[in-house]
Ligand binder design. Sequence first.
Ligand SMILES: Nc1ncnc2c1ncn2[C@@H]1O[C@H](COP(=O)(O)OP(=O)(O)O)[C@@H](O)[C@H]1O
Ligand SMILES: [Mg+2]
Length: 245
Amino acid sequence: MTMLELERVVKHYHAGGEPVRAVDGVSLGVEAGEMVALHGPSGSGKTTLLLLIAALLAPEEGSIRFDGRELSRMSENEACDYLHRDVGFVYQNPQLMPRVSALENASMKLLVGGLGTRAAKARTLPWLRRVGLEQTLERTPEQLSGGERQRVAIARALAGEPRLILADEPTGNLDSARGGEIVELLASVAHEHDAAVLLVTHDLEAASIADRRFTLRDGRLTECPLAAETKSQSVPHPHSVTARG
Ligand SMILES: Nc1ncnc2c1ncn2[C@@H]1O[C@H](COP(=O)(O)OP(=O)(O)O)[C@@H](O)[C@H]1O
Ligand SMILES: [Mg+2]
């Protein structure tokens, strides 16, 4: 079964005058084990689409199903469980808890989910290593750079091993080498852990690592042709990828 299925999804915003059709009839299926990249200009509806998939917004029209379950039919509790357990969301402007260590920040979802401190930290540590933050576990957000804070947020999203990862421009604050490592990490999470990854990015090079690519423009989605030879070179071999340094 396709893990995530969107059918003719429409979302309007009504901010004063004319309604904005932020997402305008998007249909898309994402399978377990693949990374799909979405790129498009600012204002094209990328963030709105991720918020709809996370059930943080409700569409006016169309259907969004996760494992065959229609999101709009979930109770508030079910939607909350879905977001908490099944989804790992890397927000465009991730917020960390001030004055709390990187390790505790990255463990936060597991702690809130009821896991004990020791177990939560033990599960989080390998993810902080994979984003290259093993040297800065005890630093607080105030002591970290913007890129390091972003990597803490990525580790926090991945630590619960969610089945669906929604990453909204996760490499926005990173230099291109570090950004490339993060995108490869997300691809390896899809390929090794059988997660579905939806990666929103401005960066065409990052998008080229994905298994499939789409462009969003004025809320409408089109699939980009796949350059098979580029793809086979850039998809990392499962198990071979770890973030360096
Ligand atoms: N809360 C909101 N209220 C009104 N309009 C919004 C809101 N959020 C986004 N928009 C509008 O919806 C469109 C899509 O925005 P967004 O999903 O943030 O695009 P992107 O992430 O691709 O930059 C834009 O025209 C934006 O101005
Ligand atoms: Mg956005």
